[in-house]
Design a protein. Sequence first.
Length: 347
Amino acid sequence: MNIVLDHIKERILSLPGLVIILLTVMITMLFFGAYTISVSEVFAAIFEEKQGASNFLILNIRLPRILLAGLIGAGLSVSGAMIQGLFRNPLADQTLIGVTSGAMLFAILSIVFMGSLLVILPAFISQFFVALFAFLGGLLTTFLVYRISRQHGQVQVGTMLLAGIAISAFAAAISGAFIYISDDQQLRDITFWSLGSLSGANWTQLAIAGPIIIIGTLLLTRFDKSLNAILLGEQEAAYLGINVGRVKKSIILLTSLIIGICIGISGIIGFIGLIIPHFLRLLKGTDFTYLIKSSALVGAIFLILADTIARTIISPAELPIGILTALIGAPFFLWILVRNRPRKYIL
């Protein structure tokens, strides 16, 4: 019996198996929402050129939202896996080391200082500017945490987490100051970023985020063998001919770009970059050749399901998706801490 279950688990967690699950989830979630749509209407909207309310709902609201949720889930999960490999700590993610707070701060700065300009610009240009600022904030905070935690050529995990907490607190304080001086419209925009939402998903946002997340993820897969070597130690990886410095800088740049565009489009959606890679690591080990690709697929599946729950659980209203992912991710994070805590304490 155990052999059969292990075989089923291996088939499900294989990359082809995850691709099939992802496609199935994407198609199935088209049926769920505030308004009920039949199977025939969904297939008619996809394969036939017809006009109607159901076609508009499927092709212009649900389909781009599902695709955007998948892309953002994949981007955040892959970024979390790469940050964990970079710092050699399974509990590291973009939230804990201050990347999210830095990206959020710069997004708020763009909203407050460019508020009047963003209103008159086309929507996709405004979103591009906010995403660009979020990227710069994420890149800056990642660089600061990395530099502070690096001592004698080694990244000190304790210092990294403390630096992330300090920078997050500093960024939150500055964000609070700008929230205090913002007007009503800016306050509504900032609230959107802080809670996270995909309610405004459209094909324009998909065209902005899609190429960046896809290309960034594909580039990150090139560092799978390098991260496997870095897990052994930076000096050992250097002995194997890996340019550790270049690998780290590339990962920092690409993950900051992906996190920045995700936050710029959807706001803060926390814990995905922590729980998805860690969950897969518990099931399949630390091989980044598998972990990067599977994190992208499972992250996409998870966020599509979470977004569907968020837009249907209190229908016709919507629950901000950042609240839902925090409700799921925070208990999981506490479970990890309890599971890995030392058995004995010295007082």
